[in-house]
Design a protein around this ligand. Structure first.
Ligand code: GLY
Ligand code: MN
Ligand code: MN
Length: 470
C-alpha cells in the first residue's frame, strides 16, 4: 500500500469515504470474537448514532460540534442528529438523517435531502430519524441481536423487536478495526499533513518578527482555514522558551522577547482525520550551541526510530532504542555521566524524555487500539500509548523529545540511585533550552514506512526558515 502525493488527490476526488469496507471489518471482528458465531449472532444489526446538536447550558447557542467517530467510521457522514443501521447478514447500510423542520429552515436553511445523502455517502438507503422505530419494528425477520454502544442510544429509540442486545463488543470492534487504515483514510491524514506543513512553515518564517505566542497561533489557524481545514485535531501548543518543557502547554499568550526557541505542536484536521506535527526552532534564526546539541540528539532519535519501522516491529523496542540514543547523546554533551547500560537500567533518561515515543493517529489524535498500560510499574513505558507490534497500514506518530523541566528533573537530582548519573553543573547551562520535540506522522508498510509529514526539520532548513527565509 503506497500513497504518493498524486494518488492522494485522486483518492479524495474520485471516491467516497469507504464506509462499507469499514463496516465489513467491524462485522468480521464481531463474528470472529463471539463464540456463538454460527448460532444466530450473525443475524443481527449494528446501530450507531451521530453526535447530537447540544446547546450551551446557560444560553441559546449551540456547543461546537464534533462528530462521533464511531458513527463516522461506518458512514463518512458529518451530520448531527443522525443514525445508521448496518445489517450483518445482508451487509446493507441504512442511514437516518434529520427530517425537514419548518421552524428551523428560516434559521439554518434546508437540511440535507435524502438524494444528496445517497450520492455523498456509501450507504444503500436513506430514511429520516422519525422512521427509525418503525424500521426496526417492521423488519421482515426479527433480528436476534442488536449491537450498540452504551450511552450512545437516544431514549426515543426502541430495540423491542430484538431478542438480544449486545452492548459490549461494538465499541471494541470499531476501536480495533481503526488501527489499520484504508488508502482513503491515509489520503485524508496525508492531506491534513500537507495543510499543516504549510502552516508550520508560515509560522517558522514569521516567528522572528513576531512579539507574542498569540500571533503565531493565529497564523497557524489562518493558514489551515484558508486551505479548507477549519478544525484543528487538538489545541495548538505554541510554547516559547522554558514553556516548551510543559508537554501540553496551551496558554499560548506569552511574549517572545528574550526566549531562545519555539516549540510548535499543531495539526489540522481534514474530514475528521488528524495530523499531529511538532517542530522546534530558534526564535533568533540561529540555535545556541546548547540548543543545537539537544536538537541534534532529538533529530537522531527520531530519524533512527522512523528508519527502523516496518510491519511487525515492536513499538516498545523502538521506544527503548530512542532512550538509548538519548542516553548516548546526553553522555556526549556531558549532562549524563557514567555507564550507558547502567543509566538505561536506572531509567535516568526518563527525567529528560518522560513521555512515549508516539501513538496511533487517525480520527483521533491519540487514536484507538494502542493498548497503553498507564499502570505499568516501569516509568520508561508507562506513557507509551502503543504497546506491541505495529501492523502494516497503521499510522503512528514518531515524536521523541528532550526537556529541561525542573519539576520532573529535581526529584532525580535528590535520588541517590539517580543523581550520580547527572552532572548538575553541565545541566545548569541547558535550562533555557526549554525543550525540543520533533514529531512526524508515519505510515507503517510491509517493507518499511512512508513518512506522511514533509514539514522541514533538517537543522539548516529550520534555521533558514526561522530567519524569515523560504
Ligand atoms: N499533540 C499531542 C501529542 O503530540 O500527542
Ligand atoms: Mn503533537
Ligand atoms: Mn503526538
Amino acid at each position: 500500500m503506497s500513497i504518493s502525493k498524486p494518488s492522494v488527490r485522486d483518492v479524495l476526488k474520485g471516491q467516497k469515504y469507504p464506509a462499507k469496507v469499514h463496516a465489513k471489518k467491524v462485522k468480521e471482528y464481531i463474528l470472529s470474537h463471539l463464540q456463538s458465531a454460527d448460532e444466530g449472532v450473525a443475524d443481527g444489526v449494528i446501530y450507531l448514532e451521530s453526535q447530537r446538536t447540544r446547546m450551551n447550558e446557560d444560553n441559546d447557542q449551540e456547543m461546537p460540534f464534533r462528530q462521533r467517530r464511531y458513527f463516522y467510521y461506518l458512514t463518512g457522514c458529518e451530520l448531527p442528529d443522525s443514525a445508521v443501521v448496518y445489517d450483518l447478514k445482508s451487509e446493507k447500510t441504512t442511514l437516518f438523517i434529520p427530517p425537514v423542520d419548518p421552524e428551523e429552515v428560516i434559521w439554518s436553511g434546508l437540511p440535507m435531502a435524502k438524494e444528496e445523502a445517497l450520492q455523498r455517502y456509501q450507504v444503500d438507503d436513506c430514511l429520516t430519524t422519525p422512521e427509525l422505530n418503525s424500521f426496526f419494528a417492521s423488519s421482515q425477520t426479527p433480528k436476534s441481536v442488536i449491537y450498540a454502544i452504551p450511552n450512545q442510544i437516544s431514549d426515543s429509540v426502541s430495540f423491542l423487536s430484538f431478542e438480544n442486545k449486545n452492548y459490549e463488543i461494538l465499541k471494541t470492534a470499531i476501536d480495533e478495526s481503526r488501527v489499520v487504515k484504508t488508502p482513503y483514510e491515509i489520503a485524508l491524514i496525508s492531506h491534513a499533513n500537507t495543510v499543516s506543513t504549510a502552516a508550520h512553515t508560515a509560522v517558522m518564517a514569521a516567528a522572528n518578527s513576531a512579539t507574542n505566542e498569540r500571533e503565531l497561533e493565529a497564523l497557524f489557524l489562518k493558514t489551515c482555514i484558508e486551505r479548507g481545514c477549519r478544525n484543528q485535531a487538538y489545541s495548538s501548543i505554541v510554547a516559547s522558551g522554558t514553556s516548551a518543557a510543559t508537554l501540553h502547554y496551551v496558554r499560548n499568550d506569552q511574549p517572545l522577547g528574550g526566549k531562545l526557541n519555539l516549540l510548535l505542536d499543531a495539526g489540522a484536521e481534514k474530514d475528521c482525520y488528524a495530523s499531529d506535527i511538532t517542530r522546534t526552532f530558534p526564535l533568533t534564526g540561529k540555535f545556541t550551541p546548547e540548543s543545537r546539541a539537544i536538537y541534534d540528539i532529538v533529530l537522531r532519535m527520531q530519524i533512527e526510530a522512523i528508519e527502523s519501522l516496518k510491519a511487525g516491529v515492536c513499538w516498545d523496542d523502538v521506544h527503548a532504542q530512542a532512550h538509548r540514543t538519548a542516553i548516548a547523546g546526553l553522555l556526549d554533551v556531558g549532562i549524563l555521566k557514567g555507564d550507558a547500560a547502567a543509566i538505561f537500567e536506572a531509567r535516568t533518561s526518563v527525567a529528560f524524555f518522560p513521555h512515549g515515543l508516539g501513538h496511533y493517529l487517525g480520527m483521533d489524535t491519540h487514536d484507538s487500539g494502542g493498548h497503553a498500560n498507564y499502570a505499568d510499574k516501569d516509568p520508561m513505558f508507562r506513557y507509551l500509548r502503543v504497546r506491541g507490534n505495529l501492523p502494516a497500514g497503521s499510522v503512528i506518530t514518531v515524536e521523541p523529545g528532550i526537556y529541561f523541566c525542573k519539576f520532573i528533573i529535581d526529584p532525580f537530582l535528590k535520588d541517590d540511585k539517580q543523581k550520580k548519573f547527572i552532572d548538575e553543573s553541565v545541566l545548569a547551562r541547558f535550562w533555557d533550552v526549554g525543550g525540543v520535540r520533533i514529531e512526524d506522522n508515519v505510515l507503517v508498510t510491509e517493507t518499511g514506512y512512508e513518512n506522511l509529514t514533509e514539514t522541514p526539520k533538517a537543522l539548516h532548513e529550520v534555521e533558514t526558515l526561522a530567519t524569515g527565509g523560504n
